[in-house]
Design a protein around this ligand. Structure first.
Ligand code: ATP
Ligand code: MG
Length: 355
């Protein structure tokens, strides 16, 4: 069996803030298999960048162990310096050097890694890296004369030039406008698959994490709270936090009524309640797109607001008998209007139960 590209075990990192230790990373473990694309997804300040910087060797952990392709780079044996870790990294700000040309920026990692290379060898490697990100024509241009998307691609070329075993990407798309972000997302995915480079991607954007990753690890306050495939994370969130952070979730207080049925003050619904017994207090969790409206059964309520979004009609329904509200995504052709008394019925197989 080949070793995982990256193994992080029980990583801890404290920062001193006002003479008190603040635990930025609190026992994080992740493993990335050969060629895998893993996203660390979590809100601002949850410790994503710190985790990445520890893996890169730019930050010294307080505890834990880090292995690259089965070789320890941090642990009891000490720390291997950054330049000797077989890693390429794109930072949250691209960190393109403005006083250099595109060519010089891409070539930079080759100049500082202590290996001797002939001029033509450097030339070939840079040309190849720039071709991969479609910047070959701009090699002679000053880096300041690049658009945001081009700078992003240059940062990627620089990270890939030494053909690293592991690619670390820290919110590489966050400085781009929405349209370019969509394009670059597809480009990164295609490039990663083509090169087969194992990748750790950090983002607070759930759409990026779901669309790019083979697996996602959701992070909150320095810890990983759930890991799984994008589908598992979205369809089977383990906690309220994950349900709410990844997409829009309807969360309704309920009581198990036995036999796959949940009771709420607004009515009864069906859900998957394996391992639960009658009387257990739970939270029903279902996505706006997994609810039928106008059904003759389910949760009774009143349509409070209707938002026409072009492709969909998002309806806010206030449930009877409780102060809770749910969002239902309808087809624009559905004739739902504000003030309508309706039933909302989550699709049973797509209604999760949280404790
Ligand atoms: N150099 C530092 N000194 C002190 N505290 C720090 C330092 N760097 C980060 N922190 C704190 O550690 C925590 C985690 O920071 P980190 O940068 O890893 O978050 P993040 O998940 O990358 O957030 P964002 O999405 O905003 O980039 C935060 O509370 C932050 O304030
Ligand atoms: Mg960050």
């Amino acid at each position: 069996m080949t070793a995982a590209a990256l193994t992080v075990i029980d990583l801890v990192k404290d920062y001193g803030v006002d003479r008190r230790a603040h635990r930025a990373v609190d026992g994080v473990s992740v493993e990335i298999g050969e060629g895998e694309f893993l996203s660390l997804l979590g809100p601002s300040g949850c410790g994503k960048t710190t985790t990445l910087r520890c893996v890169a060797g730019l930050e010294r952990p307080d505890e834990g162990r880090i292995e690259l392709a089965g070789t320890e780079v941090y642990g009891r044996g000490g720390a291997v310096p950054t330049e000797r870790r077989d890693i390429g990294m794109v930072f949250q700000s691209y960190a393109i050097w403005p006083h250099m040309t595109v060519f010089e920026n891409a070539a930079f990692p080759l100049r500082v890694d202590g290996r001797r290379r002939s001029r033509s060898e450097v030339q070939n490697l840079v040309e190849e890296a720039l071709a991969v990100v479609r910047l070959a024509d701009l090699a002679g241009r000053s880096a300041t004369q690049l658009s945001g998307g081009q700078q992003q691609r240059l940062a990627l070329a620089r990270a890939l030039i030494r053909r690293p075993k592991l690619l670390l990407l820290d919110e590489p798309l966050s400085n781009l406008d929405a349209k370019l972000r969509g394009q670059m997302r597809a480009e990164i995915r295609d490039l990663q698959r083509k090169l087969g480079v194992s990748t750790l991607f950090v983002t607070h954007d759930q759409a990026e994490a779901l669309s790019l990753s083979t697996r996602v690890a959701v992070m909150d306050q320095g810890r990983i709270v759930q890991r799984g495939t994008p589908r598992e994370i979205y369809e089977r969130p383990a906690t309220r936090f994950v349900a709410d952070f990844v997409g829009t979730a309807n969360l309704v207080d309920a009581e198990v009524d036995g036999d796959g049925t949940l009771r709420t003050p607004a009515g009864s619904i069906r859900a998957t309640c394996d391992g639960l017994k009658k009387g257990d207090r739970v939270t029903a969790c279902f996505r706006p797109e997994n609810v039928l409206i106008n059904a003759s059964k389910g949760l009774k309520g009143t349509v409070e607001r209707v938002d026409f979004l072009g492709e969909t009609l998002d309806c806010r329904v206030r449930l009877d008998g409780c102060a809770q509200r749910v969002t239902v995504r309808c087809h624009p052709a559905d004739g739902v209007r504000e003030g309508d008394a309706v039933f909302v019925e989550p699709i049973a197989e797509r209604c999760a139960v949280l404790l």
